[in-house]
Design a protein around this ligand. Structure first.
Ligand SMILES: [Zn+2]
Length: 749
């Protein structure tokens, strides 16, 4: 059994709001983390048409999307999907639940048809981009849509996601997504109230880092369900009694089924109404009935019970007549008409509204959420007249009653805040709400979590606008699975285990080298490095110089024929005094290479120190070496051993097994051990320690070392180190002190 081991780090995740930011409509969000991209929903805005109704797709390179998850079939969440799949560079995988896909297909067929008719009659020309896609586009994209069940988890390239019931409409899902230690929950539209056919949304048993939650109703409180049902049936009943007609504009499917269940039951109980027809004007009604029957297992207990007890489809209504077109009905007498679209922008519901609105006996009842900018929203202000759709110059008087009884299955403040409490995320992004309710919800949540401000549990709430990007920080927990031999011999308590960390996508596995091939197909190669340098110094001096630089060195062999020691447990140095050669050996690796570089630099520079050679050869006591060293200053110029070109050679120019010809002590005379050369040595030592982080200033004035946000400047005039970080300054001063010791003999007076 693999075990897990964890570590905490600060991580950043990007959230892009392409739609549904401070608005209800064209939902589309992108979560990007460590190069993986998840897109959530691809809707259209019901108040606009054509290209204008799309989310801001130009704001993100859709070719980078790995996975697109569609929460439910409503047009403001799904209707631009064929456009994304057929007319952009999107090449990711698309997922939705089984019922969502089944209904989506019919709905979008209808959407293509309705927008085409409307835009035709609007007299729009072809260049207006009124048509986002054709039936053909829709059909060819269908095959590429994959389906998933509630509670099933799918993994795509290290992105794991699970669908949970969201209430709202048949098949609506929340998605819990995990990638590389980041967990986020996207609610989509959701409801926390059991209604006639759907269960309430579930709370996943996981604490995500980030919650993306709808805010449609902001801080509003729903009227209790029973009261709403009573109001609906009362308004309808009294309208019919006074000889009027009722229009209920609804979205073709979903909430319509809930209204139908309420009315069918009410008619059952009221004999006086049974000869009054209820029309459900939807070309999709018949087709979707099958879907509602097939997925009865995804609905709540009461509807399942009804189904199993009576063996009848609860959606085969007794008092409701399905009609495909509004013009086929007799609307001279009282009747109830349930017709789409819900926003009254076009189609059957709009035709009937225009026809019925001058008669004060009639009533229009808004049962859904009315989006800003649509006729549905405008009607709620009870205008005296409305513009005719086919001729905006013509106004139609509005005398019919306007009522609003909401059956929109979105959470109210109490339900939403309770859910948010339970989810317990520290970063909350509000979407799917008009500016005001969304802003009010943000304030309410902030004051709800005020007590956590400036603590570890501080809750941040965001209400991004369309086109904006959020950079969110969270505490990432890295979990690595311990596999193979390591897992069988884990320490009892919480001791550390060490091994080789192998990453595939976001999965981290910790293994022993021996298990590499079996578990990862990788092989391990150890690169042993070896360099031989000329080194004409005695062992005592070499030892002293290394202890000056590294503090401690471990003597391995100290006999007359061989002298070798180890630096920082990784680099082994062997000195052959008779040959004047030093061999440096280490395993190739970032850290070990750096230590080896320093060792090479020391050997090169100590070889170039004129005095060291002669004097130190007499010394065996470490305590006396310092004296020897200062004596060296007095040595004459011709004691210099190293050629000019060797002095300026950079450490990394030495190849392995370089043997330099022995330099004849008397034949090679350097002109001078100038301060310049001395400074070059210091630069070389600093470079060996800090690599490319060390940069020399022009004219040998000094150098800079930049590590992270800290920058240190070294002035070669006085060897002062200017640095805000005491730690870094201390480290550099220590190295400088030792370097100066090493090159001190070079200063000539
Ligand atoms: Zn919805």
């Amino acid at each position: 059994m693999p075990e897990s081991t964890e570590g905490k780090t600060n991580e950043h995740v990007n959230f892009y709001c392409l739609g549904g930011g401070n608005e209800v409509g064209r939902s589309c969000h992108i979560v990007e983390y460590k190069g993986k991209v998840v897109m959530l929903d691809a809707g259209v805005h019901p108040a606009y048409s054509g290209i204008e109704s799309l989310p801001f797709y130009d704001d993100f390179d859709l070719s980078r999307v790995d996975v697109l998850l569609i929460s439910h079939f409503h047009l403001d969440h799904a209707a631009s999907l064929p456009y994304v799949m057929q007319h952009t560079n999107f090449k990711g995988r698309v997922f939705m639940t089984y019922p969502t896909k089944a209904i989506y297909k019919w709905l979008l067929n209808d959407f293509v048809r309705v927008t085409t008719i409307t835009d035709d009659s609007n007299g729009m020309d072809e260049n207006s981009n009124a048509f986002l896609y054709t039936d053909e586009d829709l059909n060819s994209s269908l095959d590429r849509i994959e389906r998933l069940d509630y509670h099933s988890t799918i993994e795509v390239d290290g992105i794991r996601f699970t669908a949970f019931p969201a209430g709202h409409v048949l098949g609506a899902a929340m998605f819990l997504v995990e990638m590389g230690g980041l967990k986020f929950l996207f609610t989509g539209d959701y409801s926390r109230e059991e209604d006639r056919h759907l269960s309430s949304a579930e709370v996943p048993d996981v604490t995500p880092d980030l919650l993306i939650v709808e805010s449609t109703f902001g801080t509003a409180t729903h009227v209790p369900r029973l009261e709403r049902e009573n109001k609906l049936t009362t308004v309808i009943h009294s309208t019919l009694q006074q000889g009027g007609r009722c229009l209920l504009p609804v979205f073709a499917l979903g909430r319509a089924q809930e209204i139908l269940l309420i009315l069918d039951e009410y008619w059952q109980r009221h004999k006086d109404l049974q000869n009054v027809p209820i029309y459900y004007a939807s070309s999709l009604a018949k087709k979707c009935m099958a879907v509602y029957e097939r997925y009865i297992n995804m609905m709540n207990d009461s509807i399942r019970k009804k189904f199993t007890e009576t063996n009848e489809n609860p959606f085969h209504f007794k008092y409701i007549k399905n009609v495909a077109h509004a013009d086929r009905i007799d609307d001279l007498n009282p009747c109830v008409m349930i017709a789409s679209p819900g926003m009254l922008q076009n189609g059957v519901s709009r035709q009937l509204l225009e026809k019925w609105c001058p008669d004060p006996r009639n009533t229009v009842i808004m049962t859904g959420y009315s989006v800003d900018g649509t006729m549905a929203k405008k009607l709620l202000t009870e205008p005296d007249q409305i513009p005719a759709l086919n001729n905006p110059d013509v106004s139609i008087p509005r005398r019919m009653n306007v009522e609003e009884v909401s059956f929109a299955a979105h959470v109210d403040y109490e339900q939403n805040s309770e859910f948010i409490d339970l989810v317990h995320a520290k970063k909350i992004v509000l979407v799917h709400g008009e500016s005001n309710p969304m802003g009010r919800l943000k304030s309410a949540l902030l004051s709800r979590y005020q007590k956590f401000k400036d603590t570890e549990d501080e809750v941040k709430v965001y209400n991004p606008r369309d086109g904006s990007k959020l950079d969110l920080e969270f505490k990432g927990i890295k979990i690595a699975k311990v596999m193979g031999q390591l897992a069988t011999s884990l320490p009892e308590d919480h001791d550390t285990v060490s091994g080789i960390l192998v990453q595939k996508n976001f999965d981290l596995n910790l293994l022993k080298v021996d298990d590499l091939r079996e578990f990862t197909g990788l092989t391990a190669t150890v690169v042993r490095e070896r360099q031989v340098l000329r080194c004409n110094v005695k062992r005592s001096l070499l030892y002293w110089q290394f202890t000056q630089m590294f503090g401690y060195v471990k003597i391995l062999i100290d006999d007359p024929n061989e002298y070798s020691f180890e630096v920082m447990d990784v680099v082994r140095i062997t000195l052959e005094e008779s040959e004047a050669l030093a061999t440096i050996e280490w395993h190739s690796g970032i850290v070990d290479d750096t230590v080896a570089d320093s060792a090479i630099a020391i050997i090169i520079s100590c070889d170039s120190i004129p005095a060291s050679v002669k004097k130190s050869s007499h010394q065996h006591s470490h305590a006396h070496i310092k004296e020897v060293h200062s004596d060296a200053v007095k040595q004459e110029k011709h004691d210099v051993l190293i050629k000019e070109e060797d002095q300026t050679a950079e450490v990394n120019k030495f190849n392995s097994s370089v043997k330099k010809e022995s330099t004849d002590l008397d034949s090679v005379l350097s002109d001078d051990y100038s301060p310049d050369i001395r400074l070059k040595h210091i630069s070389m030592l600093l470079h060996a320690q800090f690599g490319d982080l060390f940069v020399t200033l022009p004219n040998n004035e000094g150098g800079t070392i930049t590590i992270g946000k800290h920058k240190a400047t070294i002035d070669y005039k006085n060897f002062n180190v200017d640095c805000k970080s005491n730690v870094l300054r201390g480290r550099i001063e220590g190295i400088l002190r030792r370097s100066l010791d090493l090159v001190a003999p070079l200063s000539h007076e």
